[in-house]
Design a protein around this ligand. Structure first.
Ligand code: 6LW
Length: 529
């Protein structure tokens, strides 16, 4: 049996029969940066307008990742003002372990932000307050240390400056190191490594869309001069019909057994032409070999040969949150901020209470608690009591692209915002009290293709206690894709309050659905109450 036959379920991260499935971190997890300490790997990603910022993951096999926290999880560490557009905010961290500490350097693209460094001894947190780098004038910062303790900060351009990472001061003027291939746009995402006798400068170029690529250069000194690899780009999927596109923005890691691996971002476009990706840019894994002291990376596929060490799976994320814990799991994110007073797990114990600020999902300060959509198909439900206001279940791309089914004022409404058009798709009167709202995201079967075919459909409705599903409307998923909305993010699905206070008893997210490659939801995954 070939690996492809053994793994007919791309998207469901896993590992068996000598192969693993990509992506290893599905959904909105771009710009991955990875480091290893002993047998443990840690990985961080961009988070844009979402709070808390910079999700951080742990793995013992590079394939199975568990979120252990967020680097920027205190309001004092991260200010994302309401004036900040979606897809601004937190971009492209670099995560390194040096001198007994974890170091994370990242750009906050919000006004008044800039580049910052946080440190921690335990990557699960607490992370320090940020140290600002006012002299580093570019996105995508990287940190690398020389043997004599010199710290090099290299950033998009590609430029480099020596810094004191403890104070954030620059030590000398910035210098241009390399611009990638002549004429290629956006040399960015640099990472600098000392490997054997060389310093290697890994970059992304060509833009983060279909032209995205990874290139590399080397030098005997960290500040150059750099010699480009004759085989550049060492990775690109541009112009191919591979299922994974936009491959780029990579980081390298040496495993404990001496093998080398690359984490990178990519997308999985669906539907007809031009192909719409709806989950954002995701994190993929690929093996790296070395030939003549240059790295060689093959194509990045949904199914890849597994590492030679044993799989170390992590507990699958729970399907359901009953809001019985003292706090919210780190996977829950809010839009720009989550101020005290806008949410509570104690006001009605066992329920998440959300109190409205912005009046709707169109507002930058909407009270929203959601999680990344991580599967091409999934079923999401929540039990909402909107007696004290108005709110419900939303699938969000940004303020101008979202679908929501909301309860309140004696009814349930399905609302669709696509650009400047807001439409009430359907309404139903409902009896006062809790109501179960549901959305099924359904991706078409592979044979069901035509040039303008949508990437998926979203079916919103009300679920009765016996499971009967009253569908209010079925909406085309392309309008909640990056190709339509623009920007750097992907879908987030969650709960929101548009008026007053709205309570949520539970929320469940079941990967897959009838007809989906991810398989049907497990039996008994439905709520008992
Ligand atoms: C990030 C840049 C990029 O700063 O997209 O794909 C930007 N690469 O390196 C935002 O994620």
């Amino acid at each position: 049996m070939t690996p492809a036959q053994a793994h007919p379920t791309p998207g469901a991260a896993g590992w068996s029969d000598g192969a693993f499935t990509n992506p290893v971190l599905a959904g909105l997890h771009p710009d991955p940066s990875v480091c290893r300490v002993g047998d443990d790997y840690y990985l961080a990603c961009s988070s844009f307008e979402y709070f808390p910022g910079v999700p951080i993951f742990h793995s013992r096999d590079l394939v199975h990742w568990e979120q252990i926290g967020n680097v920027l999880d205190r309001p004092g560490q991260l200010v994302l003002p309401a004036t900040m557009p979606s897809s601004a905010g937190i971009y492209a961290p670099t995560l390194r372990h040096h001198a007994g500490r974890f170091w994370l350097v990242v750009t906050n693209c919000a006004e008044g932000g800039g580049n910052l460094i946080c440190t921690a001894t335990d990557p699960a947190g607490d992370w320090s307050d940020p140290v600002r780098l006012p002299g580093v004038a570019g996105i995508d910062p990287d940190l690398a240390w020389d043997d004599d303790g010199t710290c090099w900060c290299t950033y998009a351009g590609i430029e480099q400056v020596r810094i004191d990472p403890h104070t954030g001061r620059t030590l000398g003027p910035p210098r241009r190191l390399w611009s990638g291939a002549p004429g290629a746009q956006a040399p960015e995402a640099p990472h600098l490594y000392r490997i054997g006798g060389y310093w290697y400068l890994l970059i992304a170029e060509g833009g983060t869309e279909r032209g995205h690529a990874v290139s590399i250069a080397r030098s005997t000194a960290p500040d150059g001069p750099y010699e480009p690899c004759p085989a550049n780009p060492v990775l690109t999927h541009r112009g191919t019909n591979r299922p994974i596109q936009n491959t780029g923005h990579a980081d390298l890691v040496e495993a404990a057994d001496g093998t080398w691996w690359m984490v990178l971002l990519g997308v999985r476009p669906g539907g007809g032409t031009p192909g719409w990706h709806v989950l954002g840019r995701e994190t993929f894994l690929a093996p790296v070999t070395w030939v003549d002291d240059w790295p060689v990376v093959g194509a990045v596929e949904p199914v890849m040969p597994a590492p030679s060490w044993p799989a170390r799976p992590v507990p699958p994320p729970p399907v359901r949150d009953d809001f019985d814990a003292d706090g919210l799991h780190p996977r829950w994110v809010s839009v720009r901020s989550r101020p005290a007073g806008s949410w509570s797990l104690t006001e009605q114990p066992g329920w998440l209470t959300l109190r409205a600020r912005g009046a709707s999902l169109d507002e930058p300060d909407v009270t929203f608690v959601g999680r990344r959509q991580q599967h091409l198909s999934c079923r999401v439900r929540t039990l909402v009591d909107a007696t004290g206001g108005r709110g419900g279940l939303a699938v969000r791309l940004d303020e101008r692209h979202h679908y929501g089914i909301e309860a309140g004022d004696g009814g349930v409404r399905l609302l669709a915002r696509i650009g400047s058009v807001l439409s009430t798709v359907a309404t139903r009167p409902v009896a006062p009290g809790p109501v179960r709202l549901r959305v099924d995201v359904v991706s078409p079967s592979p044979g069901d293709w035509h040039p303008a075919k949508e990437p998926d459909v979203l079916r919103f409705g009300i679920e009765a206690a016996d499971g009967a599903y009253d569908v209010l409307g079925e909406l085309d998923g392309r309008y909640l894709s990056t190709e339509v909305a623009g920007g750097f993010t992907g879908r987030v699905v969650g709960m929101y309050a548009g008026a007053g206070s709205v309570r949520f008893d539970w929320f469940d997210y079941v990967p897959g659905d009838a007809g989906d490659a991810d398989g049907p939801p497990p039996a008994g995954a439905g709520p008992a109450r």
